[in-house]
Design a protein around this ligand. Structure first.
Ligand SMILES: [Fe+2]
Length: 338
């Protein structure tokens, strides 16, 4: 039976939590049950329903924003109902780990299914889907041969022709954190300043960047690959190409959506089983609906992604993106990237 949070908690945390109190329950009343605090907004209900059908473990979700759910875990402490914290972008998982909200899990199954670069070395979080931060381009205006690296978008040929995502997005911050991790803050700063000299349009979200590039409002942009996958699935003739940057240097920046077992979990075994299942039997159901790449390399991605072709990934442990997040935010601010 789902227990209710302490009175006053919902009030304290405001109304932005989409579901509070009883949450959304999948599965029966008897048998094991876990509660997932989730800030992952890409529906994967089919995966969760199959998980319950196969394992008999009921899953209850409490949805909210990343920061709200971390705050809630912090306030609730040991008495929290949460067994799993699930979110997108490693920056959020790394913050949760840093705040000691997650516990280390040893699972040979997870360690075999998830590449080492996409999980915490101490097992506090695991990538469950992978997203590539790609350069997209208007195919009527730009050829793939015009493109090479993220840094090369600082070239003057791209003046007034670029669409970028806001600096407040974890996606932007983690990309810049990867520059810092590879080349140091000074070189990273040169790249951002070069980008800014080209007067990019800074747009509120990735779908808007895809639409603007498709409409010719920008020649190039940087987005997560699945936003293009979604649009191409609706309209295969969309004049937007996907280019995987840094193929001869560091590899294309990849990030994860993922999860960890909370410090307060009272059913660690079922929570771990949930993560293991999502990374193995449930992997396709979990990633395909959002056109994400499986983290499990023995699982094939959906057709539209095969159309994007193979690419070399940045193999930096994504955890280092979390460690360089604050520095990345500072560099963006200093360069006037808003
Ligand atoms: Fe996204």
């Amino acid at each position: 039976m789902p227990r209710s949070p302490r009175p006053g908690l919902v009030l304290l945390l405001g109304s932005a939590l989409l579901v509070s109190g009883c949450g959304v329950s999948l599965g029966g009343e008897d048998g094991p049950s876990i509660q997932v605090y989730s800030a992952r907004s890409y529906g994967a209900e089919q995966a969760y329903e199959s998980f319950t059908a196969q394992t008999g473990i009921a899953v209850e979700f409490l949805n909210g924003s990343d920061a709200e759910l971390r705050e809630r875990l912090e306030v609730e402490g040991e008495s929290s109902e949460a067994d799993v914290y699930m979110t997108v972008d490693v920056a959020n998982l790394a913050l949760a780990a840093e705040q000691d909200l997650l516990q280390p899990v040893r699972s040979p199954e997870l360690e075999a299914a998830v590449p080492a670069s996409l999980r915490d070395p101490s097992g506090r979080w695991f990538g469950l889907s992978e997203r590539a931060r790609v350069i997209i381009y208007n195919t009527d205006d730009v050829a793939a041969t015009d493109l090479s690296t993220y840094a090369a978008l600082a070239d003057a040929r791209w003046k007034d022709r670029i669409c970028f995502r806001t600096s407040t997005s974890a996606y932007t911050q983690s990309l810049v954190a990867s520059f810092v991790a590879h080349d140091g803050a000074e070189k990273a700063s040169d790249v951002i300043e070069g980008w800014m000299a080209n007067d990019p349009q800074i747009l509120a979200n990735d779908p808007e960047i895809v639409r603007t590039v498709a409409a010719g409002g920008c020649a190039v942009g940087i987005t997560n690959h699945y936003y293009v996958g979604r649009e191409l699935a609706k309209d295969p003739d969309l004049p937007v190409g996907v280019f995987f940057p840094n193929q001869t240097t560091t590899g294309t920046h990849v990030n994860i959506s993922g999860a960890g077992v909370t410090r307060s979990a009272d059913d660690v075994a079922s929570a771990t089983t949930f993560l293991e299942w999502l990374a193995t039997e449930g992997q396709s159901l979990f990633v395909d609906g959002n056109f994400e790449y499986p983290v499990n390399r023995s699982v094939e991605p959906v057709e539209v992604l095969k159309g994007f072709g193979e690419f070399t990934r940045d193999e930096l442990n994504v955890g280092s993106l979390g460690r360089h997040n604050a520095e990345a935010v500072q560099l963006l601010t200093d360069a006037g990237y808003r």
